[in-house]
Write a protein that binds this ligand. Sequence first.
Ligand SMILES: [Zn+2]
Length: 328
Amino acid sequence: MTGPAAELPALGIDIGGTKVAGGVVAPDGTILATARRATPGSSVSSTEDAIAAVVDELAEAHGGELVGVGIGAAGWFDRTGDTVLFSPHLAWRNSSLRKDLTARLQRPLWVGNDANAAAWAEYRYGAARGAYLALMITLGTGIGGGIVLDGRLRPGAHGVAGEWGHMRVVPDGRLCPCGNRGCWEQYASGTALGQTAREVARTSPAAAALLLERVGPDPDGLTGEDVARAAAQGDPLALELVTEVGVWLGQGIADLAAVLDPEVVVIGGGVSKLGEMMLGPARERLDRALPGRGYRPGPRVVAAELGPQAGIVGAADLVRQAVSEGTA
Ligand SMILES: [Zn+2]
């Protein structure tokens, strides 16, 4: 490698349930080129084929020198990124992903959790820039997260920190795919928004008449997206449901603040498009629920700045850092 790693572009790859998306990312966080493939999650080798295809396409499009490849995916990775412990959308179980991909791609690698990569991107280039302790909360189908403390991503002793979507907020509450009941993500996520709307529509169809006009008479067709769109158009019930998600979000942030005392909490993921309709109620609830309120500063709660490509940008910068430090 001719130039120092810090001055070269890197590849960032974001593996979701349906697609492998990648980008060539400059050291200032600018995305220079992108590529994507469908994720064939059925087998490890076909997923690795899709990753290799995206890497090859991007390397060819870029043409110049690259530091390495950063890969973020939904799931649990051990602290070193050598092993995927579990990935909900993919076939990896206790797989030696990094070793296999290093052999195949012949490039330095960083491998880790997608929300951790997004947290790092927001710290380096976005809403958490320069913060001493920043938490990222990604709201989508579930809740993911990441911790950046004192200039480092902190993945935890076993690599699985930041899974606050599974804090229990309601004893014996809604069943969560993780096997427990009452997890936070069952009350403050896109899935939660849809589920609460369906519950209301089943028990009081009259109250939900405007919402049901969108999807027909069957409440089971209602999704979080429908509620979000209705709320943006001023539908009173939809606004109430979004407020409720915001209140749950604020309560969870208060609980996180009790443990970690963050300076800033960045809200990202698809559901963050609800913006101030959700963040306003979240901040209000946080103000009332923050432990020691009135005697201590609380965290700022802000919207993510980097959008859906945060995972790509963060993973690219994490491999750049790993190469600089000799750990890739
Ligand atoms: Zn759970």
